[in-house]
Design a protein around this ligand. Sequence first.
Ligand code: HH2
Length: 295
Amino acid sequence: MELSSSPLFRCRFWARGRLIDCRERPLIMGVVNVTADSFYDGGRYLEPERAIAHALELVEQGADILDIGAESTRPGAKPVSEEEELARLLPVVGPVARRVAVPISVDTMKSAVAQAALDAGASIINDISALREDNRMASVVARSGAAVILMHMQGTPLTMQDAPQYQDVVHEVGEFLQERVRVAVEAGISKLNILLDPGIGFGKLLEHNLDLLNRLTELTELGRPLVVGPSRKSFIGQIVGRPVEQREWGTAAAVALAVERGARVLRVHDVAMMADVAKVAAAIASRNLSSQVGR
Ligand code: HH2
């Protein structure tokens, strides 16, 4: 992995002319799933009014960014058509964008959906395929000046949990993300608009998720802000033996340690709770950092 000269916890990115700074504290990205089948909140916010109300509530609770998605990517999920994704997203993104000041991210792998969401006021594209699924995505992002989250995933949501394999998961995820940054920059996306995500639960066994979180600091060497999304995922269920509705405490542990190891954007369902968890973890971790760099 190529080492970057950027300081350990540096975190700044541009999203359509807006500089978003997460050096002082990590940012909380609140999840809004306008889906029927998401693994935790599927079906709850499929109606636009409910999704909009939920988005506004998450901002009230302290979300720094909203991530709105209309296609579940849980293991085994079936892809949603472009028409369906647009029909779910568009009645939500515009009205939310007009009513909140926080940046809106859209979780999509389709360039036409990304373009429509940007037109409706989104400024971050969260592409879990890291620009591999749709070859027009890079140019849509580049032209708009949006920020983009490039996430690691082995396989596709339909098959990714069948038999994930790695020699050294942290090294391989790092190499992959570095290569995707290169591709994005070559397509005209500024490096300053890129965020990176190890893709917790995407083609990974328990041990892989644990290694990624445990050695997250190594990925900070890529020199871009790290997004981490452990919220209520099945690796937590495997450890605590609890169903998805009862995984908030396990999520809190993952969020705290991810922050301590350099995550700067935490993608979570439970915004109020995780905002406090992240703040306390960051306050403790920054004392560490101060003594290391002599600030
Ligand atoms: N996780 C999910 C979806 N999108 N995007 C990024 N960048 N990182 C993640 O870890 C991530 C993501 C899965 O969570 P959720 O949206 O709650 O579930 P579903 O895919 O079933 O809608």
